[in-house]
Design a protein around this ligand. Structure first.
Ligand code: GLA
Length: 385
């Protein structure tokens, strides 16, 4: 991948790339749709992601191209920029724009992106392209921005430049990932702890539903708003800032004030999912993968029935996993509405699992899913300079 990208860089820009950066994607082991509710999540960076080959130019031009998309952009350097429809380069453009708005000087740049992360699959391809851009500029122009601040800037891009009310999890995970570790991240304070992921005789498998996620942005923003409404009602009786500040028993005592069955279901998911993350952290620390797996299944069920962000495709996979003997836990990961599921599968059963899961999915859904193993790797880094 990286050699092809560097060769393509030469073809397109008629010079060598000065730098090559890589930013991974992520899976979230547990703690879904609670980052924007001030909860705890447990993502890890994976060995698939986005490469960026980049050099400065003296023509005051921002040239952004990708080997994955035909269209590219060539813009004159300005003080700030506006979004251009649905183009992929809005992500790097937003990052460059917000860095400049924060007073960081930037020269002309020639950027070529390329990735091996399936796009729109819930593995954070957007956070990956944002962070690789921000990290590259941070290094090249010596901006000295700490990685958590870079993650916050990229979250702002997602929220304001792109228009999705997402939380901090994805940007933080792909920036701060650590090989062989999950990040237990408090999304309210950004305090975090690295937990070793020791899978013993299991492997972490990713199953991509290959379902196009067209409505994801509007559905995601709808859940965000629903949580805000439930919180507003609960604040009338509880002194809290976030839904995740509420303990499960406290919630059960006060849930009636929400006075709307749909909002109540959403909040029920959020409060109990946050609690599951705490239990999952304990299970990981004591190497109890079976307990961890059960929590994954419980998390999925809650996302399916209470938060309603799953769908037939993801449910078909997770329900299959429950019937498969060598699988001890599975759930959707990321925003949902399609995208990917993750599963903990016995290493010596991984090939058999992939074959049977694929056949079952094809029969039920009518098109193929992709099943692949993932390893847990470091966050964004420079590959060559
Ligand atoms: C997307 C968002 C994250 C998070 C997840 C759901 O990946 O970008 O901030 O909300 O969905 O947990």
């Amino acid at each position: 991948m990286k050699h092809d990208l560097l060769k393509e860089y030469r073809n397109r820009f008629h010079k060598e790339a000065e730098h090559l950066f890589f930013c991974p994607g992520r899976v979230n082991l547990i703690g879904e749709h609670i980052d924007y509710n001030g909860g705890k999540v447990m993502p890890c960076a994976i060995n698939l992601g986005t490469y960026l080959a980049i050099s400065r130019n003296t023509e005051k031009l921002l040239r952004m191209q990708s080997i994955d998309f035909p269209e590219g952009a060539g813009l004159h350097l300005q003080e700030s920029y506006t979004r251009s429809g649905k183009a992929w380069y809005n992500y790097p453009l937003g990052v460059i724009s917000y860095l400049q708005e924060e007073g960081h000087a930037v020269s002309g740049l020639d950027l070529l992106f390329g990735g091996n992360l399936p796009l729109s699959s819930g593995l954070s391809s957007s956070a990956s392209i944002e962070i690789v851009t921000g990290f590259a500029l941070n290094e090249i122009f010596r901006m000295k921005i700490p990685k958590p601040d870079l993650a916050l800037l990229c979250k702002k891009v997602e929220n304001e430049f792109i228009g999705v009310n997402s939380g901090i999890m994805d940007q933080f995970a792909v920036a701060m990932g650590k090989e062989g570790h999950a990040i237990l991240l408090d999304c309210d304070t950004l305090e975090h702890e690295y937990l070793p992921v020791q899978l013993q005789e299991y492997v972490l498998v990713i199953i991509n539903t290959n379902k196009p996620r067209n409505l994801i942005e509007s559905a995601y923003n709808e859940r965000f708003m629903e949580c805000g409404k439930a919180l507003k009602a609960l604040k009338t009786v509880l002194p809290v800032q976030n839904l995740c500040d509420i303990a499960p028993d406290e919630f059960l005592l006060h849930r009636h004030v929400i006075n709307d069955p749909v909002l109540e279901k959403r909040a029920l998911h959020v409060v109990f999912e946050n609690d599951r993350v705490k239990q999952a952290a304990k299970a990981l620390k004591t190497n109890d993968l079976v307990a961890f797996g059960k929590l994954m299944y419980a998390s999925h069920q809650s996302l399916e029935e209470l938060y309603e962000v799953s769908g037939d495709e993801l449910d078909t996979i997770v329900h299959f996993c429950k019937t498969y003997e060598g699988c001890i836990g599975a759930r959707m990961t990321g925003a949902g509405f399609g995208g990917c599921a993750i599963a903990l599968v016995k290493r010596d059963k991984a090939d058999d699992f992939a074959a049977k899961c694929s056949a079952h999915y094809m029969e039920e859904i009518g098109y193929a899913c992709d099943v692949f193993a993932a390893s847990v790797c470091d966050g964004v880094k420079e590959v060559i300079s």
